[in-house]
Design a protein around this ligand. Sequence first.
Ligand code: ACM
Ligand code: ZN
Length: 508
Amino acid sequence: MQMEKTVKDSSSAPAIPALVPQPVSVEYGRGCFVLTADTTLSADQASASTAVQLAAYLRPACGFKLATAAAAGRSGTVIALNQDKDLADLGPEGYRLEVTPQRVSLSAPTQAGLFFAVQTLRQLLPPLIFSAHCVKNVEWRIPCVTIKDQPRFGWRGLMLDTGHDFQHLPFILRFIDLMALHKFNVLHWHITDLGTFPLEITNYPKLQDPSTLGTRLKGEPKRGVKPGRYTQAEVREVVAYAATRHITVMPEIDMPGHSTPALLAYPEYDCPVPHKTWEFERWEYCVGNEKTYGFLQDVLSQVIDLFPSKFIHIGGDECPKDHWKLCPVCQAKMKAENLQNEDELQSYFVRRIEKFLNSRGRRLIGWDEILEGGIAPNAAVMAWRVEKQAAAIAAKAGHDVVVAATSHLYFDYSETTTPLEKVYGFEPVPQDLTPEQAVHILGAQAQMWTDNHPTEKEIERLVYPRACAVSEIVWSKAEPRDYSGFVQRLGVHAQRLAALGIDWQAAG
Ligand code: ACM
Ligand code: ZN
């Protein structure tokens, strides 16, 4: 009974398309297009694989595979995908989508833009199009509409933390699919942290060995950590899966702090000073030791090989520097390099790592602590500490910035602490920037930390629906912002996500 009711309620397309994120321009027409087994999918050569993606999205719920060439004499409706260089003014991710009763036309200057047009088209259909199972008795209507759309920011991210707690590969692929639906384009993969170093680095097998954790402390491994490992083949699978969805996977290997698992596995890169159990949290590499640089360059070389991302994130956050103060090797390095304090020692370390990454054609990005002691010349800053005004300081100094504000965009905090309306109201560009400075704000992202060991299901419930709000912050126009309109659209969007297995309105 319940199922029948759901089908009936969702059988017609919403009168006003409830799109998330809201496109730049939507003009409504009269009537609608009806998708049937007779509809033909047509695509120019450049768009053939995007057309295959569209057909694959529609098939499970519709139960039919769209024909890619019209049969002789058939006069069915058409969905056409075309790459059109004349639409270059829409930018590298913009698109145009026109629906008439006979034809749906998706066009864009790039395949990325066309892929985002496909995401919008999915949302124009009844929400049950997102069902994994064939849905009967639904007329697959698409309202007549003309949409012109392009993102506000080039960096639209979510961060997933697998360094406190491991998540399985199918979960990560699903996380990417959900990102694609909301037109995110950067998965910041926070791979290593206090809990585990799950990434396979050949020649350093102990990094992935969970039994290493705690052996030096004669204590337990960090409580609650779900250990696990990603082979390099699995990492390549994630990167390729994301790339077909126009999402860049940016890896983060946290250093010099937040490095406990690596230092328990390879103590030769740790400062030769005693540790106490309570210090388990954030051990830092011995950056006075030349061998540490050799190790980290080995690790980063493999990271570069695995991840085509232009940016490589090296963490840089919350390094206690306590051991450096006591360490004769670090102190000798400070003297030799004429460094006045431990902040400058961290800055020295980051500059060396940046030089290495730049020599391999990549750019360094780090949490905003990399501003302390002097920022590396080409570094980009991930601004998380709102109270430090890091985003404004870095942008004024001419550095690129990704805004990751703890106050609004940390989704490990509950919805009581950081409610949906607060997230929706966030503005990434600090008020006091000139237009020239504001260009350095590349975009924003939400963070999903796993220090509290949420299950994979709990992670999704923490991320959604708040990530829907973030998708509007980074994609839609800055003005006008209408929270009640967003909540109304979210009512329909909730049905889509429920069909995908995220049901935040269900009890429990
Ligand atoms: C951070 O939250 N430690 C970047
Ligand atoms: Zn040291």
